[in-house]
Ligand binder design. Structure first.
Ligand SMILES: C[S@@+](CC[C@H](N)C(=O)[O-])C[C@H]1O[C@@H](n2cnc3c(N)ncnc32)[C@H](O)[C@@H]1O
Length: 275
């Protein structure tokens, strides 16, 4: 069945979707079997409209964005337990962040959060970093959780446009790539801001580039424009990072959600290789 999900989150199905897909689809962005690696500013803005409505209207009373699911898929971040980082950044942090979970098993000195919508998210009733403070439930050694309030620095902007001289010991990029504008620019920025020996915590969907032509004829999902073949992700990770943790999770699609079809996602933690 054809599905068209617009930037205002309305969903068309069947014949209505098929007609809409004839005028508007993402096939033009396909780069062979590698998938959709880059879109233009206007297409990215549609994804941002979708994202804004997701959290500030439809998800206004939500407390989290699958962050507990991600935590489980990362094995509760156990491989990171006890590690100390001078600083850490979550790229595309959303309103709720995954850093509050990672911070529970590690020590992170300075915390930075970056998202193009971050100033808007600060107004979300359950934003986890309201007023530049984030509660982290520390569980470093014992089974007892200790709440700790950490200051965070918020950065409004996209990864691709992020200008900084700073290097980060810990970088999180979880469920963000498929929302971005330019995969190569994102990879390059992650490498540019990584301190020697930095740890990357990464998760995103694996697509099969061979079938994307068929998929994109039948599906438009305003909020998730980037769709990369598994090899694009695996090549980047294998080339620049030493694996500390890797798990591939298969998820069943849920009609009515944007993940309409079954999909695979990779959960990966790696340490930066020497250049
Ligand atoms: C699905 S949310 C995930 C948020 C968070 N990582 C989490 O797991 O809770 C994707 C986020 O990526 C942000 N985003 C989209 N394009 C981006 C870009 N080019 N650079 C940085 N963040 C981006 C969106 O604004 C949105 O907040």
């Amino acid at each position: 069945m054809s599905i068209y999900i617009g930037s205002n989150r309305t969903v068309l199905e069947g014949e209505d979707a098929r007609k809409k897909l004839e005028q508007d689809n993402d096939l033009k962005w396909l780069t062979g079997k590698a998938g959709v690696l880059q879109i233009d500013q206007a297409r990215w803005q549609k994804a941002q409209e979708f994202e804004l409505k997701t959290w500030m209207v439809d998800g206004r009373w939500t407390h989290e964005d699958n962050n507990n699911f991600h935590k489980k898929a990362f094995g509760d971040y156990e491989v990171l337990r006890g590690m100390s980082f001078k600083n850490g950044i979550e790229l595309g942090c959303g309103p709720f962040t995954n850093l509050r979970h990672v911070g529970g098993v590690t020590k992170v000195g300075e915390i930075y959060l970056l998202d193009p919508l971050i100033k808007k998210y600060l107004k979300h009733p359950f934003c986890r970093y309201k007023g530049g403070q984030m509660w982290i439930w520390e569980r470093l050694v014992t089974n007892v959780n200790w709440p700790r309030r950490k200051s965070v620095q918020v950065i409004e902007g996209s990864i691709e446009d992020f200008q900084t001289e700073k290097k980060f010991d810990l970088i999180l990029l979880i469920n963000v790539l498929e929302h971005c504008q330019n995969v190569e620019a994102v990879w390059q920025k992650v490498l540019d801001i990584a301190a020697p020996g930095a740890v990357l915590v990464f998760a995103d969907k694996y697509y099969d580039g061979v079938h994307l032509t068929e998929v994109l004829k039948d599906r438009y999902d305003a909020g998730h424009p980037i769709k990369v073949d598994q090899s694009v992700i695996d090549d980047f990770l294998a080339k620049h990072w030493e694996v500390l943790y890797r798990q591939v999770v298969e998820k069943k699609g849920r009609a009515g959600r944007t993940s309409w079809d079954d999909y695979k996602a990779v959960y990966y933690i790696g340490r930066k290789k020497d250049d």
